[in-house]
Every structure is written in structure tokens, then in C-alpha cells.
Ligand binder design. Sequence first.
Ligand code: NDP
Length: 284
Amino acid sequence: MAKIIDGNAMAAAIKTEIKTEIESGNLQVGLAVILVGNDPPSQIYVKYKQKDCGECGIHFYGYTLPEDTKTEELLELIDTLNADPKVNGILVQQPLPAQIDLTAANERISSLKDVDSFRADNVGRVMLGSYALPAGTPAGVMEMLKRENIEIAGKECVVVGRSNIVGKPMAMLLLHENGTVTICHSKTADLKAVCKRADILVVAMRQPNFITADYVKKGAVVIDVGINDAGEGAKGGRKLVGDVDFVSVEPAAGYITPVPGGVGPMTRAMLMRNTLTAKKLQEK
Ligand code: NDP
């Protein structure tokens, strides 16, 4: 039986630490979140961020722009927020409507306010190993491993997925901790054999319940980043499942993260932490 890593409890502890630091330093910290359009899941994610800010003592500045917003209009708002000293972090909720130039929006956010770490320079800093604002999801996974005292140095680490926001930075962060890292993707020849080598297996592939027990070495640490909509839940609302088949993998693994309640809340906690870090960087 695996130890189930409780991302909710860990995230709550991190948010309490952030709140304590903000209160004891009497700091004024602000996060601006821009939502373009009416995508219902995005609206929910923004509400969660607002709640997290409230729990941490971070001022939340929410902006909702219409679905037909032009890139220039979004950039103008970003410029205003870049110049506002009350705003320490800026986040543009994704996905964005098709007419918006996503790269232009990401790159327009001031480097020191880029709390999602989507700008090319901040991505590059993660690559170099000298960074202050790592992307939330990989940072959340690293924090989970650290708080569970899971050794990374010398371990076989396999990351399934190579996206710019999860897979690639995840691999870099594990490498910086001296893991021996392999990145897999849809063209990997024998995914099962590679996954089976892993002491630490991080799965971010957007494929519901894909990873079953036969992909997992006995006793491995299995981190499930995936969040997939699996239709209506038993008590109404949506049912969410990961990329790992929890029922099949849990008996084989040493540690496992659940979905929901695993990496998701840690990603959100890392956004709060990045916002506080951004405040400190801006005051230097
Ligand atoms: P992407 O869709 O951008 O990337 C998926 C990756 O998985 C790609 O690199 C793709 O390979 C690879 N892949 C897909 N199918 C296979 C396969 N059969 N075998 C091997 N590799 C495969 O996803 P993201 O990185 O944005 O997100 C991954 C998952 O994590 C999603 O479920 C997402 O919802 C979730 N997520 C969760 C977060 C959280 O806070 N917990 C935050 C962000 C994302 P290729 O490059 O070859 O196409």
C-alpha cells in the first residue's frame, strides 16, 4: 500500500506559512488575475485563486475582459498593472480566446511580476538553475517531494510529458536536484519499459487513467499531475481523474498523489508563494 501524499493538507500548511510571513512583516502583497471571456472552468480557477489570496492575506485584483478583446487591449491592461506598485504578480488565465496572441501577452508581463513563469527569460532561468519564480506545477511537485523527505539525488526520475509549463521545467528541477532524468512523450518507443525504471515517476500527459500498475516499479514514488474531466460526478459537479489509474497503481507504489487533492492544490499554493517572492524581488 502506498503512502498517499495529501496535497490539500500540504498546501494549507504552505498558505499558513505565507500568511504568517505577510502578517509578521506587515507586507502589502497583491496579485492581479486577468480573465478574458466566459470559459466556465477558467472562471472556477480564478475563484480558487481569489480564495487562496484571501487565505494568505494577499490582495486580489480581478479583471474580466470580454470574449472579443483584442490583443492590444489586453496588453494595455498588462502595461497598467506592470506600472502599479500595489500589484506584485500578474497572471493571465489560460486558455485565451483564439484571437489573442498568447506569447505577446505572456512576454508583456514584467519579468519580476511573471508569477506563472511563462516568459522566455524566466523559463531560461529555470534551465540555468538560477531562478526565483519557477512554474507553479513543477515547483509544487518539488515541494511535495521535499516535505515527504523523498531523496532525489541519484534516483531514476521519469517525466511523462514535455509541455513548456509542466514536463520540461519539471525535468529541469529534478535534474538540479541531481536526479537522473528521462523525459517521455508521445513518440517514446517503449513507454512502459521506461516508466518501469523510475524511482520517481511524474506523469503529465493529459490521458485519463493511462498509467496502470504495469508501468510502475514496486515502491516507486508516483506523482500524478493530470487533471481530466471524466464526466458528471456522483454528487453532481464534474468528476476529475488523473493520468494515473489510482486504483491499479496504489498497491504497487511507495507513494502516490491523488486526483483531486494532490498536485492541484500545491500548484495554487506555489502561485501564492511566487507572488510573495515577487514582492520581495521588487523591493530589492
Ligand atoms: P499537454 O497536452 O501540453 O502535454 C501532454 C504531454 O503528454 C505531451 O508532451 C505529449 O507528448 C505527452 N503524451 C500524450 N500522450 C502520450 C502518450 N500516449 N505517451 C507518452 N506521452 C504522451 O499537457 P500539459 O503539460 O499542459 O498538462 C498535462 C496534464 O496535467 C493535463 O492533464 C493537465 O490538465 C494537467 N495539469 C495539471 C496541473 C495541476 O495543477 N495539477 C497544472 C497544469 C496541467 P507530445 O509532446 O509528443 O505530444
